[in-house]
Design a protein around this ligand. Structure first.
Ligand SMILES: Nc1nc2c(ncn2[C@@H]2O[C@H](COP(=O)(O)OP(=O)(O)OP(=O)(O)O)[C@@H](O)[C@H]2O)c(=O)[nH]1
Ligand SMILES: [Mg+2]
Length: 671
């Protein structure tokens, strides 16, 4: 069977991953905000005797060397042995999309265009002459609908054909005589040097004029480097003299001129564009005055729904585990085995699984926010505040909201930030966003102490996370990360009704991760906790004399000023560093789930007052992120420096804020 390697490239949020998933049957992350795919994903399938290997690339607006995804995509096009690049394009935003297309043409990539989102183009009243466009571009253009898979047959047979006779797509580019002539002068010199000819010489020439760091470096190190650079400098100066602009701008203008011409010839637009539904919704949702209150109301409703809908399901699971524990004890009696199964496994793992309904709902809510397009608006609304207080772009808010789900993908999502220091700073803020793993802790304490205000308390704690993140960021921006963040246009995708399948799939994929975690890390931690609670032999299980009790007693004084100086919270916090759910797992292992009466809630009442419980929740909210998040930060930053910095920053912040909460609360007369 023949092989055909296909790369999917295009602007962010145009449907590349939707195409990828439809083709390969895989479930990569789809959502309605730009920048979801940050790492290339690969998959394959067979079609008409050809094995297609498909690579889903991160979305880009350009192929410069500004951010990691741009480099990932461009390296793939340059080095990847791809046969065809399928350029997925949003038909409703052709101008912007074609800017990338043109840059791939500069590379001479063997292109096929998949024109997607035609439903939106039609709604806007745009009529596209596909045949004319294909002729003018010099490569095939196929109309598709990624969502319902229409046009895929034609797309695949065209890709197959194109693979067998590759085309140099740069031939149809027209950049005006002046520019063309000078690029040609540089190009000729590049052609003569074999070490530079692994990529289109035309592209190399353009990139040299654009001052592209990576290409400059490569050319300067080649044998004809000096000669080429002399020419480049002469041409740059000449262009600047004629146009009064730096060569980068001259080239960008030439690209836009080409695109303008192309669109005039092939697209009919209504004389006056009528406001779309998205425009109408945005007038309200991103309104300067209403935007922020609307954001708060949406978050508030979200937490109310998560809490209230989940409760009956949680009670059901709780009842199930209690029954299971009692049944096991009935068989084993008070034995080591019984204690291991009931206190250790059911207490540790079951005690955490009880919170599955809340976690699923939280993921569901975040998926809906993502798929509808509201997530990007939330970032837009927060932009003003973020800029003013934090000196960060609102775009940094997207990873932060994703952090409500799980810190790991949230840290990855910071890759779309252009500047390294902005990226690091947003990465440092992610752990302050309360992830779903911390939900069980709040759920336990809120139902034990604040049952009358469950939704409100949850909302307050999440909001506190955001506020603390903003304050910490403001401090760090003035100390560790000086300098203004780069301005960036925030793209607001069209609102879409989230697809049921998409949202459910999304939620399931993430919830699966939680269940897997319960069966692995949380299980392992539970076993360790059980062992430490049972040794040395002869001590009462989970008593202060047990190993775990002694560890806790040694550390507890550190937390005494925060209001919770008992040994149990101390060990719960220590083990919680592995995974935050384990904080609750520790309590339920120590206090048992099967016992009649109030169980953990009763035990927690003996250890905490409402104020110290709140202080404890705040500490859990803010202290060291879990191992998985720290590991991701390590791999994203290539070293231990940042994860360790983060552990230190979060620990200090947690301590200080809890201290303020506890003593402030006492001063205000709370107990
Ligand atoms: N209306 C409509 N929506 C579509 C179509 N194709 C994809 N979508 C939606 O567009 C959004 C973006 O799709 P993705 O596949 O995640 O886009 P992407 O290009 O991979 O985005 P990044 O990974 O962020 O670069 C999702 O909400 C899809 O459901 C289409 O043909 N019509
Ligand atoms: Mg994608």
């Amino acid at each position: 069977m023949k092989n055909c390697i296909v790369g999917l490239a295009g602007n962010p949020n145009v449907g590349k991953t939707t195409v990828f998933n439809q083709l390969t049957g895989m479930h990569q992350h789809v959502g309605n905000w730009p920048g979801k795919t940050v790492e290339r994903a690969e998959g394959h399938f067979d079609y008409n005797d050809v094995r297609f290997d498909v690579v889903d690339l991160p979305g880009n607006y350009a192929l410069s060397a500004h951010s990691i995804e741009e480099i990932v995509s461009r390296d793939f096009i340059i080095d990847g042995d791809s046969d065809v690049i399928v350029n997925v394009v949003d038909a409703a935003n052709l101008e912007r999309n074609l800017y990338l297309t043109v840059q791939m043409m500069e590379l001479g990539a063997n292109l096929v265009m998949a024109l997607n989102m035609n439903d939106f183009a039609q709604k806007k009243g745009h009529i596209i002459d596909i045949k004319a466009m294909s002729e003018l571009l010099g490569f095939p253009v196929i109309e598709i609908s990624a969502k319902d898979k229409t046009g895929f047959d034609e797309l695949l047979s065209t890709v197959k054909k194109q693979a067998s006779k590759p085309k140099d797509t740069s031939v149809k580019l027209a950049y005006g005589d002046e520019l063309k002539e000078h690029v040609e002068e540089i190009r000729v010199l590049i052609e003569k040097d074999n070490s530079l000819n692994d990529v289109s010489s035309f592209w190399t020439a353009v990139k040299l004029l654009e001052n592209d760091e990576i290409v400059l470096e490569k050319v300067k190190n080649s044998s004809s480097g000096n000669k080429i650079m002399d020419k480049v400098n002469a041409v740059s100066k000449h262009l600047q003299d004629i146009y009064g602009e730096v060569p980068e701008e001259v080239i960008a203008n030439a690209r836009y001129a080409y695109i303008d011409g192309l669109i005039k010839e092939t697209v009919q637009k209504p004389a006056v564009e009528k406001p779309t539904l998205t425009d109408k919704i945005d007038n309200i949702v991103t309104n300067r005055i209403l935007g922020f209150p609307i954001f708060l109301v949406i978050m508030y409703i979200l937490f109310q729904v998560v809490v209230n809908v989940a409760t009956p399901f949680m009670d059901l699971i709780d009842g199930g585990f209690a029954w299971l524990g009692d049944s096991i004890l009935a068989i084993t009696g008070e034995s080591i085995l019984g204690s291991f199964l009931v206190d250790g496994i059911i207490g540790g793992v079951g005690g955490v699984l009880v919170f599955l309904p809340q976690i699923v709902l939280m993921f569901l809510a975040i998926s809906i926010l993502e798929d509808s397009g509201y997530l990007a608006r939330a970032a837009f609304v927060m932009d003003k505040i973020m800029h003013k207080f934090v000196g960060l772009h609102g775009k940094a808010f997207i990873p932060l909201i994703l952090g409500f789900g799980c810190g790991v993908p949230a840290v990855m999502a910071t890759r779309t930030m252009e500047h390294e220091s902005d990226r690091l700073l947003s990465m440092l803020l992610v752990p302050f966003m309360s992830c779903t793993a911390r939900l069980p802790v709040y759920a336990l304490f809120i139902s034990a102490f604040f049952s009358a205000y469950q939704g409100e308390m949850l909302f307050a704690i999440y909001l506190l996370g955001i506020i603390v993140a903003i304050i910490v960021a403001a401090i760090l921006k003035r100390t560790m990360f000086k300098g203004l963040s780069s301005p960036f246009v925030m793209e607001l995708p069209t609102y879409k009704v989230p697809s049921l399948k998409g949202v459910l799939l999304h939620t399931w994929e993430k919830s699966k991760g939680f269940i897997r975690k319960a069966g692995t890390i949380i299980l392992a931690a539970s076993i360790i906790i059980w062992v430490l609670s049972s040794v040395p032999f002869g001590v009462e299980y989970g008593s202060q004399e047990s190993a775990i009790g002694q560890i806790g007693t040694a550390i507890a004084p550190i937390f005494a000023p925060l209001g919770f100086g008992e040994w149990q919270p101390a060990v719960a916090l220590i083990f919680g560093i592995v995974a935050k759910e384990v904080v609750v797992g520790t309590f339920s292992s120590l206090f048992g789930v099967a016992e009649e009466g109030a169980g953990i809630e009763g035990a927690v009442h003996e250890l905490f007052t409402p104020l110290s419980a709140f202080s404890f929740m705040v500490f859990v909210l803010l202290y060291i992120p879990c191992f998985a998040a720290l590991g991701t930060i390590k791999s994203e930053t290539n070293g231990w420096k940042w994860p360790l910095t983060m552990a230190a920053v979060t620990l200090v912040t947690a301590y200080v804020v809890s201290l303020i909460v506890y003593w402030g609360g006492l001063a205000l007369g709370f107990t």
